[in-house]
Design a binder for this molecule. Structure first.
Ligand SMILES: NC(=O)c1ccc[n+]([C@@H]2O[C@H](COP(=O)([O-])OP(=O)(O)OC[C@H]3O[C@@H](n4cnc5c(N)ncnc54)[C@H](O)[C@@H]3O)[C@@H](O)[C@H]2O)c1
Length: 315
C-alpha cells in the first residue's frame, strides 16, 4: 500500500502512545480512521487531534471497546460501518496492548490471563471480526503489533516477562503464518508484523490501570510492599520506606516514557513509512534492530546476558 489517502483504517488502542500517533498521522494523510480504546476520554482526545490534523471531509471516529471481548469487537465493527457508511475496511492496526504477568511462578493468575487475553486474543478477535471487511477491500492490509518480546522473551536479567512474551510470540507467529495463507487465498491482502524496541509511551501506567491496579498514590502500604522485590531490581534499596516505594513506582512509569530512545510519533512515522515501502517485518528503533541481530547470531545464548541468573544444569 503506497499511500493511505482515501482509505479506511481501524486502529485499536488509539487512546495513547503509538495508536494515537498512528491515528493522527493517518488522518493527516487523508485516511479515514476508526480508533478504539478502553479509555473513552483518551480516544476522544485522539479523534479531536486527528480531525484537527486531517484535510476537510476526512472522518475520524472514536469508539470504546475492550479488544479481549469478542462481543465488544463485534459492536465496534458495527459502529465503524455505521459511522463511516462503509462496506469494507482497508487497513486494520492491531495495536492495543498491555504489559503484565511477568512471572508465571509468582504473579496472580488473573493478571497473567488478562495480559495474554489483551495481547493475543485481542489480535485474534479483531482479525476474525474485521477480516471479512478487509477481504472486501481492493488492497487490504493487516498490521499486527508484536514487540522485541515477540522474538526475545525477556526484559533482561532478573525481569521475567512471561505473559506478554507468550502473547507477542503468538502475534508474530500468527502474522508470519498468514503471509502464505493470504498469498494463496486472498492475494490482494497483505500482513505486516511490527516489533518495536523501547518507545516512550505511557504503557506502564496504562497497563496498571487496565489490570485494575490502583494508582501508586492510592496504594496501601501492604500493596506497596508487594512491589518491593520488583522495585529492588530497578533501584530501590533494602531500607527504602514505603513512601520511597510509592515514589519509585510512579517514577518507573515516567522514566519508561521519558528515557526512551524513540518517541511514539517517530515510531508511528517509521511504521507507516515501512508499510508504504511494502515491508512486512518492521523493527522499530535501533535497539530492536540490535536485539534482532544479536538473538539471530547465537540463539542458544540469547538469555545469557551479563548478570543473568545461572540455570540448573549450567556448567
Ligand atoms: N512502548 C513500548 O516500548 C513498546 C515496545 C514494544 C511493543 N509495544 C506494543 O505497542 C503497542 C502500543 O503500545 P504503546 O506503548 O503505544 O502503549 P500505550 O499504553 O501508550 O497505548 C496502548 C493503548 O491500548 C489501550 N488498551 C489496552 N488494553 C486494551 C484493550 N483490552 N482494548 C482496547 N484498548 C486497550 C490502552 O488503554 C492504551 O490507550 C502495544 O501492543 C505494545 O505492547 C510497545
Amino acid at each position: 500500500m503506497d499511500s493511505f489517502k482515501d482509505k479506511l483504517a481501524v486502529v485499536t488502542g488509539g487512546g495513547s502512545g503509538m495508536g494515537r500517533e498512528l491515528t493522527v498521522q493517518l488522518a493527516r494523510e487523508g485516511c479515514a480512521v476508526a480508533a478504539c480504546d478502553l479509555n473513552e476520554d483518551n480516544v476522544e482526545e485522539t479523534a479531536r487531534l486527528a480531525r484537527a490534523a486531517a484535510p476537510a471531509g476526512v472522518e475520524v471516529s472514536a469508539h470504546v471497546c475492550d479488544v479481549a471481548d469478542e462481543a465488544q469487537v463485534v459492536r465496534f465493527r458495527d459502529e465503524v460501518l455505521g459511522r463511516h457508511a462503509a462496506d469494507h475496511v482497508d487497513v486494520l492496526f492491531n495495536n492495543a496492548g498491555i504489559g503484565g504477568g511477568g512471572s508465571f511462578v509468582n504473579d496472580r493468575r488473573e493478571t497473567w490471563e488478562r495480559t495474554f487475553a489483551v495481547d493475543w486474543w485481542g489480535v485474534y478477535h479483531c482479525t476474525r471480526v474485521f477480516l471479512p471487511l478487509i477481504l472486501e477491500s481492493t488492497e487490504g492490509l493487516l498490521v499486527n503489533t508484536s514487540s522485541v518480546n515477540g522474538f526475545w522473551a525477556s526484559l533482561g536479567p532478573g525481569m521475567p516477562n512471561t505473559a506478554y512474551s507468550t502473547a507477542k510470540f503468538a502475534v508474530k507467529g500468527f502474522s508470519e503464518a498468514l503471509i502464505e495463507d493470504f498469498r494463496v487465498n486472498a492475494p490482494h491482502v497483505k500482513v505486516a508484523v511490527v516489533m518495536p524496541g523501547h518507545i516512550g509511551t505511557d504503557i506502564v501506567m496504562n497497563s496498571r490501570r487496565a489490570l485494575g491496579e490502583p494508582d501508586p498514590e492510592a496504594m496501601s502500604d501492604e500493596e506497596l510492599e508487594a512491589w518491593r522485590p520488583a522495585l529492588a531490581r530497578v533501584g530501590a534499596t533494602v531500607d527504602a520506606s514505603t513512601d520511597d516505594l510509592r515514589h519509585l513506582l510512579t517514577k518507573v512509569g515516567e522514566d519508561f516514557r521519558n528515557n526512551a530512545p524513540l518517541g511514539a510519533a517517530e515510531a508511528a512515522g517509521i511504521i507507516l513509512d515501512a508499510l508504504r515501502a511494502g515491508e512486512w517485518r518492521i523493527l522499530v528503533g535501533e535497539d530492536a534492530e540490535a536485539i534482532d541481530r544479536w538473538v539471530r547470531r547465537d540463539p542458544g545464548r540469547a538469555y545469557d546476558l551479563p548478570g543473568a541468573t545461572r540455570r540448573a544444569g549450567d556448567g
